[in-house]
Design a protein around this ligand. Structure first.
Ligand code: GSH
Ligand code: FE2
Length: 357
């Protein structure tokens, strides 16, 4: 079965696509974003997928790719168009290349115009295509920098995208108004710049008069993406907490297992966010745990030591996940959730004070 997820980076309105083959466990990410690498890693882990390759649709001007960071973490290959001019990739793609994903394949189609190295990835069944910043939903990528050319873009769209089947779903690299997906038939009919009877010169006239401000990150993003997102200073890469073996969940919470907490117990503050009746109730509590019920946490956070990591605990791990979020907002950076709460702590045979009924 093909696994498909559309993910967004809200900062740059960039869509990242995860495609996985459930049989082989192989996955690719199209246009990963540097700041979202941890999220992507968590999702891959939770879905039981192995990242084999990251695919860029082009050298982005508005965000840094997560390709290099993900390669460092998973050993995934980095692939992008040969015409991108980027260094540091493992695979340089040309028109017609195929990328294998278990028993499935993505076909590479050169669709220059936004940049000269833009490509569209088309799924083997031609039911889905990832158009990067060539065709956007009811729009198109800009053509005023990175060797952009509206004439070239018009031809790319008409010869490589509009010739796909009518019902082929199109997934762009960006949308700035919340739209998520379109289809070839829709864009042929309703794209106000490229659809219907609009000709190449009409399109060029439109594009040459857009006068958009440059992307805010362009001076950082383009040089970084020409190195496939490699950091000049490796140590500056998103740092992982080292105070315990933590796992980052797709829900955006650092958590640790009961076993990891038992090993770290002397170095951390345990914060129990249940109600007093639960703290002293049948499940008992962890030795030295401090009780601040969730509803009192915003006001009571000042009682906690900012210099010692905090592990939040509740009955099953739900309320304590919210406690982690509250504490992070209040400026505590070393804070994690006990996965599964007191229920899992007890089920795994760890000691409790009180309880036992
Ligand atoms: N305001 C955004 C602008 C982003 C931007 O220019 N995006 C390019 C893609 S890299 C584009 O083609 N935009 C089309 C448009 O804004 O109409 C930023 O600063 O990042
Ligand atoms: Fe772009």
């Amino acid at each position: 079965m093909l696994i498909f997820r559309q993910l967004i980076d809200p900062q740059s309105s960039t869509y990242t696509y995860l495609l996985g083959d459930s049989k082989s466990g192989e996955a690719v990410l199209i246009d990963p974003v540097f700041e979202q690498a941890r999220r992507d890693a968590a999702l891959l882990h939770e879905l039981g997928l192995r990242l084999i390759c990251t695919l860029e649709t082009h050298v982005h001007a508005d965000h840094v790719t997560g390709a290099w960071l993900l390669k460092r973490r998973f050993g995934s290959e980095i692939a992008l168009a040969k015409r991108s001019g980027a260094v540091g990739a493992d695979r340089y793609l040309v028109h017609g290349d195929r990328i294998a994903l278990g028993s499935r394949q993505l076909q590479v189609r050169a669709t220059p115009g936004h940049t000269s190295g833009c490509v569209t990835y088309v799924l083997d069944s031609e039911s889905m295509a990832f158009t990067g910043d060539c065709l956007l939903i009811r729009g198109s990528g800009r053509t005023d920098f990175q060797n952009g050319d509206p004439h070239v873009m018009y031809r790319s769209v008409h010869s490589e995208i509009f010739r796909l089947p009518e019902d082929c779903l199109l997934y762009p690299a960006h949308d700035y108004s919340g739209l998520t997906v379109t289809s070839v038939g829709e864009e042929r009919r309703f794209n106000p710049r490229l659809g219907g009877e609009i000709g190449e010169d009409d399109f060029a006239g439109y594009m040459n008069n857009m006068h958009l401000p440059h992307p805010k990150q362009i001076d950082i993003a383009v040089p970084a993406n020409l190195r496939c997102g490699q950091q000049e200073n490796d140590a500056a890469a998103l740092s992982e907490p080292i105070w315990a073996p933590l796992t980052y969940t797709f829900a955006g919470i650092w958590e640790l297992s009961p076993q990891a907490l038992e090993e770290a117990v002397s170095r951390v503050q345990i914060l129990d966010v249940r109600e007093p009746s639960e703290f002293d109730g049948p499940l008992g509590h962890i030795r030295d745990a401090r009780l601040i019920p969730l509803g009192e946490l915003s006001a009571g956070a000042g009682e906690l030591d900012r210099n010692r990591p905090i592990v939040a605990v509740c009955r099953s791990g739900g309320r304590s996940a919210q406690a982690v979020a509250i504490l992070r907002k209040a400026g505590f950076d070393q804070v994690a959730n006990l996965a599964g709460g007191m229920l899992r702590w007890r089920a795994d045979g760890h000691p409790v004070v009180g309880g036992g009924e």
